[in-house]
Design a protein around this ligand. Structure first.
Ligand code: PGA
Length: 255
């Protein structure tokens, strides 16, 4: 199965609208006509509209970093799927470990968000991954299984293929400690097997599983060459056009 690789930049709480526009321009210039790799940028909410204008007409896609599961209502400070769609966002990161750990997001909440995103034609990038303590206690696969199963509860086979899973070991996020290719492929292969059990072989072979956690131009080629690693969710290295574009190039494979 030939899955198109996907490189997504998670800008987190960085970049004002003006700074985001400048970065998005460089990315569009460097990768805006590429069709061999899917490129997604996820600026903060406040820069979505301005970045949407920059990526319009290019191959670069727009994603958000979070959303509420209700379409509208009394939810102070929240943003909904239809609001994101109105900015022409196509993707949304859900259940990032920072959302889970710093803002108390549960598997159940992530699942409600996944269902709402799909209902509104947004592709969820669902993050799963173990903490250092969980890895040391040999709980990695169990944690990843629970998070993946719960996030996908109630998702139909037709819609499941559009879901993107991001395996992000929490201990590797923003720490410079990248998982070894063996550690990453082991978990990616496990997730693929799990998706096959949940959604069937045909669907699971179409689903992309990204790696995230200190992915950099230096370590990306080896990670991206693994059978079940279909791209990357990039934090730190996505904040600068040069490193992000190098990652996009790495995803395209050897020239
Ligand atoms: P990092 O972040 O690349 O800075 O480790 C990845 C992420 O949190 O998505």
């Amino acid at each position: 199965m030939n899955r198109k690789k996907l490189i997504a930049g998670n800008w987190k709480m960085n970049k004002t609208s003006a700074e985001a526009v400048a970065l998005a321009r460089e990315i569009v210039q460097g990768a805006g006509t590429r069709t061999d790799v899917e490129v997604v940028v996820c600026p903060p909410f406040t820069a979505l509209e301005s970045v949407a204008a920059v990526v319009d007409g290019s191959q670069v896609r727009l994603g958000a970093q979070n959303m509420h599961f209700e379409p509208s209502g009394a939810f102070t400070g929240e943003v909904s799927a239809p609001m994101l769609r109105a900015f022409f966002a196509t993707h949304v990161i859900l259940g990032h470990s920072e959302r889970r750990n710093l803002f108390g997001e549960t598997d159940e909440l992530v699942n409600r968000k996944v269902l709402s995103a799909l209902k509104n034609q947004l592709r969820p990038i669902v993050c799963v991954g173990e903490s250092l303590a969980e890895r040391e206690a040999s709980l990695t696969l169990k944690v990843v299984q629970t998070q993946t199963e719960r996030a996908l509860e109630g998702v139909s086979k037709e819609l499941a293929a559009g879901i993107i899973i991001a395996y992000e070991p929490v201990w590797a996020i923003g720490t410079g400690k990248v998982a070894t290719t063996e550690q990453a492929q082991e978990v990616h292969g496990f997730i693929r097997g799990l998706l096959t059990k949940l959604q069937g072989e045909a669907v699971s072979q179409r689903m992309r599983i990204l790696y995230g956690g200190s992915m950099k131009p230096a370590n990306a080629p080896e990670l991206l060459a693994q059978k079940d690693i279909d791209g990357g969710l990039i934090g730190g290295a996505s904040l600068e056009a040069r490193s992000f574009l190098e990652l996009v190039k790495a995803a395209a494979g050897p020239a």
